[in-house]
Design a protein around this ligand. Structure first.
Ligand code: SF4
Length: 433
């Protein structure tokens, strides 16, 4: 039997795309390989959102060149955001790659394999995973219309296209019948879901519909935009029992001039106000954010506004990145990447140190509390899962509790995770034997 390996970098959207492709390859009769080099079909699912991600993909392509040359029968595919609408330049640069696929466009590889393996590819591009994890993803809107000046996504993933509510609910129902307990609804800008559908629908309506899916325990969604996170969406998080109290709301920069240069469409004060509304309406919400340091022209004072926001808001999690110019973007065309690299790294370290302090303090308040944890599996010899606030919790158990919601008493905390012991009835009985 032929084997496949899907190597993935980048965001949750890429991970979801890879899961779907793996499912289709499985339906074609291929089995998962143990390593990239040794597999018959190799797919690199690429990311170019930052230069460092693109460098990793280029490194892997270079590494695989002699592998493919030694064994031309292997199929090598490049998928994801590195593959834009113009594929000619890529195929000139990497002539040993058999097939190039834009995000979510699996058909070229499936057809090629269908020819080689003599399998009718029809029906193999089904988007539904046959063996999904307990917590999995459903993409609900593809592309992005925002065109933030630093971002390459709209050029690579195209304009926003929403899936219908019916389509998403059908997939959620299918997944829950296969044991999925938690679904994360994905989009580059998930809050703009539905604006292109008839009937004035939005993410709040979709959350309400998915909330009705039987046996599903939890619903999350990623990633939000401050301007599109409406009161209706906030009310849905507050009122729907399965929607978890966790919001990832990128602010990107704390200074109003930098925000304007980034074309984010809001000010520092407006962002703070949005956070206040969310916290008022959902008192036990946890918050995450994304930010960029060292954007074109960012001064020390402007950077300080970003640090101040991290200090003031006290996010549970911060995803910080140093700015790197991405081709085709507005910033690449009109602005100068003039903050020195070592200064960007210094600013990044300031944010990371600050956030470590904040997260240490927030998590330490959970010491001694009990948390409802959806068990996802084992990692480093311990069981792990997440609470509704998306905190990673580790604990020990004699039995496999994957898929259960268990009560865990927190005994140790760190900025990154919580560790505890089971207090569920079942464990008490087991321990008492
Ligand atoms: S909202 Fe801005 S940062 Fe996010 S994907 Fe769209 S263009 Fe990129």
């Amino acid at each position: 039997m032929q084997s496949y390996y899907v190597w993935t970098v980048g965001c949750q959207m890429n991970k979801a795309d890879s899961e779907r492709l793996e499912s289709a390859l499985g339906q074609m009769g291929l089995s998962p390989g143990d390593s990239v080099r040794d597999s018959d079909v190799i797919v690199l699912n690429s990311c170019v959102v930052r230069e460092s991600a693109e460098d990793r993909v280029v490194g892997m392509l270079t590494h695989l060149k002699p592998v493919k040359q030694r064994d031309p029968e292997k199929v090598l595919a490049l998928m994801g955001c590195m593959v834009g609408p113009r594929k000619d330049a890529l195929s000139e640069r990497y002539p040993y790659v058999d097939v190039f696929m834009q995000p979510q466009q699996y058909a070229p590889l499936i057809e090629l394999l269908g020819d080689r393996l003599g399998i009718d590819p029809d029906g193999c591009v089904g988007p539904l995973s046959a063996t999904p994890s307990v917590a999995t993803y459903i993409p609900i809107i593809h592309g992005c219309d925002k065109f933030c000046s630093f971002c390459i996504i709209p050029y690579r993933r195209g304009r926003e296209v929403s899936r219908t509510i019916e389509d998403v609910v059908n997939e959620a129902t299918h997944l829950s019948r296969r044991g999925v307990k938690e679904i994360t609804l994905l989009g580059q800008n998930v809050d703009s879901y539905g604006h292109d559908l008839p009937g004035n629908l939005d993410l709040g309506d979709l959350l309400a519909a998915v909330n009705e899916v039987e046996n599903l325990e939890r619903i999350r969604f990623l990633t939000s935009h401050p301007n599109d996170m409406s009161d209706h969406i906030i009310a849905a998080i507050a009122d729907l029992d399965k929607v978890c109290e966790h919001v990832n709301l990128p602010f990107q920069a704390g200074d109003d001039h930098v925000l304007a240069e980034m074309r984010r469409g809001y000010t520092n004060a407006e962002y703070r106000e949005k956070i206040n509304v969310i916290r008022d309406r959902i008192p036990d919400v946890s918050l995450a954010t994304d930010l960029i340091v060292g954007f074109c022209g960012e001064t020390e004072d402007q950077f300080e506004r970003t640090a101040e926001l991290v200090r003031d808001i006290k996010f549970d999690k911060v995803h910080a990145a140093a700015y790197s110019t991405r081709p085709d973007t507005i910033a690449a065309r009109l602005m100068e990447d003039d903050v020195p690299e070592d200064e960007k790294r210094r600013r990044l370290k300031v944010i990371e140190a600050l956030q470590e302090e904040v997260a240490t303090e927030i998590n330490s308040r959970l010491l001694g509390s009990t948390q409802e944890v959806l068990v996802e599996g084992r990692r480093k010899g311990r069981w792990f899962g997440r609470n509704r606030n998306d905190k990673l919790v580790f604990f020990d158990s004699v039995e496999d509790l994957t898929g259960n919601i268990e009560t865990v008493r927190i005994e140790r905390t760190s900025p990154w995770s919580l560790q505890g012991a089971l207090v569920s009835e079942k464990d008490i009985v087991t321990a008492g034997r």
